[in-house]
Write a protein that binds this ligand. Structure first.
Ligand code: FE2
Length: 313
């Protein structure tokens, strides 16, 4: 699917945004009532393009978003941030309450079974700014020189939520108390997990670089070497060739493969209001190129629990 493609069964058009990363699906009306063929197509297209974009899904409410998500996988709630009131699994990021994910990250990598995918819906979009950018971490692995692939496959990193990716020291015009409150909730339980720098994706066998802002240090090397290695690989992942950028409109829905991407919300919109709501889908424990599984380090960190099915899911 390297060029525009029409799926007659689903009556959707697939428009790739870059050759490797991101595709807009035109003609889809997302809901909890999609048929098996449409779900199969979504899974295939997500595996190919890593990020899928849908305009004009204004008919969706929280319940509809959760019902749609449940067709793609098992939704679960964030380990520390309470779900939005009245919802089963929704994480709301509200720019007026400290919710600005303005550092490159993969969602929830501080636990071992971090989400396989995220489904984000725009509820309030700034008039300008607040775009989200995704980086394709499979493409990033593939474009490494062979010597650096070998090095990456030998490395492990410690991931933790002890620093809140949604807080930026460079933020302007946002009350400090809002940031502090959000940060305190986000790290109310500290999780620490050791992940390989390269994980092998279970379905495709593709290799994906696993870093982002929850990766605090490379294990078994000096602090200085860790800093250099994190910078080397993180800068490679976020090279423009590996990215796709989306200008939000209210009612847009974006689905990303959270095992094959990082993302960042550009924090350029000042006091304009921005609200997005996210449902994440349960993932699996990463496996390294050598067949070793990620391991939880923090003794105090409970296992990530999926919630029982809610009435809306
Ligand atoms: Fe995120």
């Amino acid at each position: 699917m390297s060029e525009q493609k029409t799926c007659k069964e689903a009556e959707w058009e697939i428009h790739p945004i870059t050759p490797e990363t991101g595709a807009e699906i035109v003609g889809a009306e997302l809901s909890g009532k999609l048929n098996e063929e449409q779900i199969r197509l979504l899974r295939e297209t997500l595996a190919r393009h890593k990020v899928l974009f849908f305009r004009g899904q204004n008919h969706l409410d929280d319940e509809g978003q959760e019902a749609f998500a449940a067709l793609l996988g098992q939704p679960f709630a964030h380990p520390t941030v309470p779900v939005k009131a009245g919802s089963g699994y929704i994480l709301e990021l509200d720019s007026h309450h400290g919710g600005r994910a303005d550092q490159w990250h993969t969602d929830v990598t501080f636990v071992d079974e971090y989400p396989s995918a995220s489904i984000l819906r725009s509820v309030v979009a700034p008039g300008a700014g607040g775009d989200t950018i995704w980086a394709n971490t499979v493409a990033a692995y593939n474009s490494l020189p062979q010597e650096l692939k070998v090095l990456a496959e030998s490395l492990w990193a410690l991931h933790s939520n002890d620093f809140d990716y949604a807080v930026s020291a460079e933020r302007k015009g946002i009350a400090v108390t809002e940031e502090r409150n959000y940060r305190n909730v986000f790290a109310s339980t500290v999780y620490e997990t050791e992940h390989p720098l390269v994980r092998v994706l279970p379905d495709s066998g593709e290799k994906s670089l696993l870093l982002g802002n929850f990766a605090k240090r490379i294990l078994n090397v000096s602090a200085s070497a860790s800093d250099h290695l994190l910078q080397l690989f993180q800068e490679h992942i976020t090279r423009l060739n590996h990215t796709v950028r989306w200008r939000w409109e209210e009612g847009d829905v974006v689905i990303w493969d959270n095992r094959a991407t990082q993302h960042v919300a550009v924090n350029d919109y000042g006091r304009q209001h921005r609200i997005v709501r996210r449902v994440t889908l349960a993932g699996d424990i990463p496996v390294s190129a050598q067949g070793e599984r990620s391991r939880v380090r923090s003794a105090s960190a409970p296992r990530l629990q999926t919630q029982p099915d809610s009435a809306s899911a």
